[in-house]
Design a protein around this ligand. Sequence first.
Ligand SMILES: *[C@@H]1O[C@H](CO)[C@@H](O)[C@H](O)[C@H]1NC(C)=O
Length: 129
Amino acid sequence: KRRPASCLCVTGDGLQIQCYQCEGVNYDCSTPEFIVNCTVNVQDMCQKEVLVKPDGTHYRKSCASSSACLITSSGYQQFCTGRLNSVCISCCSTPLCNGVKKKRPVPSAAAASGRALLFLTPPMLLHLT
Ligand SMILES: *[C@@H]1O[C@H](CO)[C@@H](O)[C@H](O)[C@H]1NC(C)=O
């Protein structure tokens, strides 16, 4: 018997959501192995932190209480610049809402990271040297 991938579970004690929980470097961990059950009635939101550091983008995800998450995210608002050393913290309250943003990747961002080279075929690399 298969369980649904996510649930907004109503237990005997109250409402429970599920969130992704992880710490990842250069990896927006949003796969089933990172799903956790949040504490019933206490952790009613999913939190996502995105830190842009010299060695790459760090992702930190967890369950959170709405009050803690909202205070933290508003406190970090001024650091959410998208530039190096920026920190963006977001809160959301639907199951697994701290997964990957459904947005198409920006080609210029991929090229800037240097990882775009991985997608070049050997003949194309020859032209670069
Ligand atoms: C989360 O809770 C559900 C329902 O209580 C349970 O079936 C599932 O195994 C739990 N998942 C984890 C990762 O603890």
